[in-house]
Write a protein that binds this ligand. Sequence first.
Ligand code: GDP
Length: 453
Amino acid sequence: MTTIAAISTGNAPGGIGVIRISGEDAVKIANKVFECKDKTSLTELGGYRAKFGSIVIDGKRQDDAVALVFRAPKSYTGEDVAELSVHGGMLSVQKTLEAVFAAGAVPAGAGEFTKRAFLNGKMDLTQAESVADIISAEGEEELKASFGALHGRLSRSINAVLDKLLDASATMAAWVDYPDEEIPELEESELEETLTFCKNELSALLDGYDKGQTIKSGVNTVIAGRPNVGKSSLMNMLTGTDKSIVTHIEGTTRDIVEESVRLGGIVLHLKDTAGLRESGDVVENIGIEKAYKALDGAQLVLAVFDSSAELTDEDRRLIEKCKDKLSVAVINKTDLVQSADTDIIEKAFDKTVYISAKNDEGLDALEGAVTELLGVADFDSNAPLLANLRQKQHCENALASVNEALDGVTLGVTYDAVNVMIDAAADELLSLTGKKANAEVVNNIFSKFCVGK
Ligand code: GDP
């Protein structure tokens, strides 16, 4: 294996920049560009040790630095690793990296440190994927779930199922292959119990997937309502800025304003639409058409109504439009005297909340309604979570094979046929955790990482 190096901190000036070097010659190479203040050599250093000193390039001291040494296998990659922390100006970091290359390291590819960690058995694929997820996490729940995956929460859950399947498979194979030996036959009830356990575990993981995706990717949300009900004000309340123009002249929000906000643990990608109103104005009509389109494509609609005015035809049309959509009725302007017949709204929507955007009131209620409606109110970020489509598909295939095997047992199919199904399920789980993943899949996963990770 070559010795690789890359900048592990961000590609921007910062307080400290870290150059990570991994491979057989990592410490030797670091030692060529780093001079310990106490005149010792890094190559004599054991793992988990640090030295203060300087980066020396072409005989000249260039920067103060700290060198950290990790010894295989106790490092991130499982190889010898040296990390040089220099002052985080891009020039200093870049020049140090170039000196490290000149000393014999080669540039690390995207995700190559983590790939080596995987290949050296430091982590499985679900853990490696969680590293990328942690880096890109936007919402708090997502971060928690990814962190759990990094620490093997998902792997443990998958491996528990896998162990059961492999156990059953081994017993059955032995029994089928050596009928003359004294191998106790696997009880049908025991086999059924094992398979049912696997089925339940895999089903639970799959059930959590959609919720997890909602948490991870955020929800495309449209704020809809006729002009002047307070859509822009609601948007502002959610974003805490004045990005939407708020005015009492109808129809000022002509186009769609977009913004992502965090509500509770989840991210809403918000679109504030033009007021939904029949209009003769051409410019505004474009906005309205876009608004209806946005409504069609939305995963969640926040339908805003004005509690201080009687319901209009447009309000009723919106109620109608929301019937088969995931939507929350947001009755605004509760600080004014109520005129709207809110019963009609409450009956039509699964969730209705009362707010005063003007007074910044009702955000908690809205948060509760949205998280409940999306089914993420009881989301447990401590539960194991499938992180992506790749993992989900392996899990689905495994479940399908487990179900087949269960049916097979019930129908009295021969054990070697049932065993083929059990092996197929186990294979899927081995691919999921990477024990059996092919090189192309592995390369594809790591190519999505950034360089330096
Ligand atoms: P949009 O056309 O639906 O985007 O509505 P706006 O957000 O522009 O609000 C229309 C008018 O209603 C503005 O004058 C706001 O100040 C006012 N408004 C918005 N929310 C409230 C509220 O909660 N209470 C009161 N009293 N006025 C509000």
